[in-house]
Design a protein around this ligand. Sequence first.
Ligand code: TYD
Length: 214
Amino acid sequence: MARGHLITLEGGEGAGKSTQMGHLEAWLLTKKFDVLTTREPGGTPGAEAVRHAVLSGKAKHLGPVAEAALFAAARADNVQNIIRPALESGAVVICDRYIDSSRVYQGVSGGVPEAVLEPMQRAVVEGAAPDLTLIFDIDPVEGLERAAKVWAEEGPDRYEQDQLDQQHVRRRAFLDIAAREPHRCVVIDASVDEETVKKNVQKAVKAYLDRAAQ
Ligand code: TYD
């Protein structure tokens, strides 16, 4: 059976990735694809435990390189137990955050050098590189306003507490990745209404799937 497809969703806070993941999954199911959704950090019991450690801020004192290693460990578990087997069975896997989040959060805004981060990523995602990455782009002020509504209920996590200027740095970093890797990345304007974002996501995914089928 042909390898499936790995679609990753990336972007800053409050861009609506998780809502759009649900829409995309429903749409792909109507097209008769096998679909598997997962998120990072998380996706497996082991990775969810790491998620708790990093997002609660308990691992912060270990420093950015150790945090990057924790994200990589969670990713390794998710890739090995969930993502790679699903790809091998021919499914479309949608992952909410993946390697580009490590590049942006731990690399660009966390200061972990590329020479440390990239070999870590390569080792972890062997055979599970993303085929299509949708970068949900939103002005950080608007993103933080939207996210604040969720935090009012759940409380912000370790990364969500960062200052607005960090969100600007990350936005630029995601857009730089998209500019450097245009064959893989599509920037989605996440500031428009949910229905329009949904349609634009479908358009980007359809274009990719049509290309892949050739
Ligand atoms: P999450 O609650 O999933 O929120 P979001 O809706 O923003 O995706 O939080 C995940 C947080 O973890 C987010 O603030 C980004 C951060 N993160 C990293 O710093 N590095 C990574 O490799 C990943 C996957 C996430």
